[in-house]
Write a protein that binds this ligand. Structure first.
Ligand SMILES: Cc1ncc(COP(=O)(O)O)c(C=O)c1O
Length: 393
């Protein structure tokens, strides 16, 4: 008999009942160090006092009001995002998938309004992940995601990640945009080198294309800059955001330049929930903390400390791990064993990690993790790696 919850997830037998900073507490009382943070969602850890206050204060006043009316919290969050980024304008969504939908619509509408209705093709790359909607799976294009769900939304050209020649050759008159994650998350924590991101920006400028960045996973302080593309010193035309911006409350956004957003006039897009007072009150509280340069400096210091510890961990377990990669507090441990075995052994040792593609275990801790917690988490990963090693003997 089918379970009452549609069985689309393979769930670990863990029942968390409470979160406290970097810690998750299981129903049986066990305490886990959370290096997954809800897959890069709990950017400020669990139950951060500033977020709890923002949410509960807003909950006392007004939960929801339609986008038919002015929403001051939404205006405040948009103003903060515009002040802190390349963007001139913001649309709020509830998830990364919805941000992908709008990014695709925005790019197509841009070219339609410019008198180029045929410029509908968006170039994307292998290993990418942009959500599970029809546009999201068509954009990523991997067989695992699209099989059985056709006919797919047309208009995406999938290229091999890192194949520059293929990229140049793929640009014809139908191409209107390039969509890329500055650091691939689901694809196995693969940072696009700064010079490649710069090269993509240059290519888009030369050919007159829109550059769309998917910073759903790598944005909001995760790499040690407010947004990952800042490391390369470039700016996109359109950017997808979600996950960390709500700190655990469902919230996403599409940020854009005035030019790229020029087709999105009244009535061209909308959302019932997107940008409601509760979500935006929390989003403002997240931005107040994460956009502070002193906070980001601390993220970079913690990232350096974690990286050093993980290099030692990898060196100590050459039969389990191959290498460490990533950016900031978005780290991948490339494994020589099946990643889920490391993740499962971690559960036994009280540490939460997340598997990704390309044989990688992902570490995406709260940006507020302390040095002591990092040391303890890596100790626990050390025990987990010992346990995996024993099964290999
Ligand atoms: C890069 C990227 N884009 C889009 C998405 C989809 O976001 P959501 O699950 O919030 O719809 C994800 C989710 O993991 C992601 O990592």
């Amino acid at each position: 008999m089918i379970p009452s919850v549609l069985p689309t997830y393979s769930r670990a037998p863990l029942h968390f009942v409470k979160g406290d900073g970097t810690w998750l507490i299981e129903a049986d009382g066990r305490r886990f160090l959370d290096l997954g943070a809800g897959i890069a969602v709990n950017a400020l850890g669990h139950a951060h006092p500033a977020l709890v206050k923002a949410l509960t204060d807003q909950a006392q006043a007004l939960w929801h009001v339609s986008n038919l009316y002015e929403i001051p919290q939404q205006q405040a969050l948009a103003d903060r995002l515009v002040a802190a980024t390349f963007a001139d304008t913001v649309f709020f969504t509830n998830s990364g998938t919805e941000s992908c939908e709008l990014a695709v619509k925005m790019a197509r509408k841009y070219w339609y309004d410019k008198g180029h209705p045929d410029k509908t093709t968006i170039i994307t790359f292998s290993g990418s992940f942009h959500g599970r909607s029809s546009a999201g799976i068509a954009a990523a294009g991997s067989e695992k995601m699209v099989k059985g769900f056709g006919p797919l939304l047309p208009g995406f050209k999938h290229l091999q990640w890192g194949d520059h020649d293929a990229l140049t050759a793929a640009i014809d008159d139908t191409v209107g945009a390039i969509l890329v994650e500055p650091v691939q998350g689901e694809g196995g924590i693969r940072p696009l080198p700064d010079q490649c991101l710069k090269g993509l920006r240059q290519l888009c400028d030369d050919k007159g294309l829109l550059l769309i960045l998917d910073e759903v996973q790598c944005g909001v302080g995760r790499t040690g800059r407010l947004f990952a593309h800042e490391w390369a010193g470039i700016a996109p035309d359109i950017m997808m955001v979600a996950k960390g911006i709500g700190g655990g409350f469902p919230l996403g956004a599409v940020l854009a330049t005035e030019e790229a957003a020029s087709g999105m006039t009244a009535g061209t897009h909308g959302s019932t929930y997107g940008g409601n007072p509760l979500a935006c009150a929390v989003g403002c509280a997240v931005m107040d903390i994460v956009a502070d340069p002193a906070f980001l400096e601390k993220v970079n210091a913690r990232a350096g400390f974690l990286r050093q510890k993980l290099e030692a961990l990898v060196a100590a377990h050459p039969n389990v791990f191959e290498s460490v990669r990533g950016s900031g507090l978005m780290i991948g441990l490339k494994c020589k064993v099946t990643p889920i075995d490391v993740v499962t052994a971690g559960y036994e040792c009280g540490v939460i990690t997340v598997p990704a593609a390309d044989n990688v275990v992902r570490l995406l801790p709260p940006l507020t993790i302390s040095e002591d917690e990092i040391s303890e988490a890596v100790n626990r990963l050390d025990f987990a790696a010992d346990a995996v090693s024993e099964t290999l003997a």
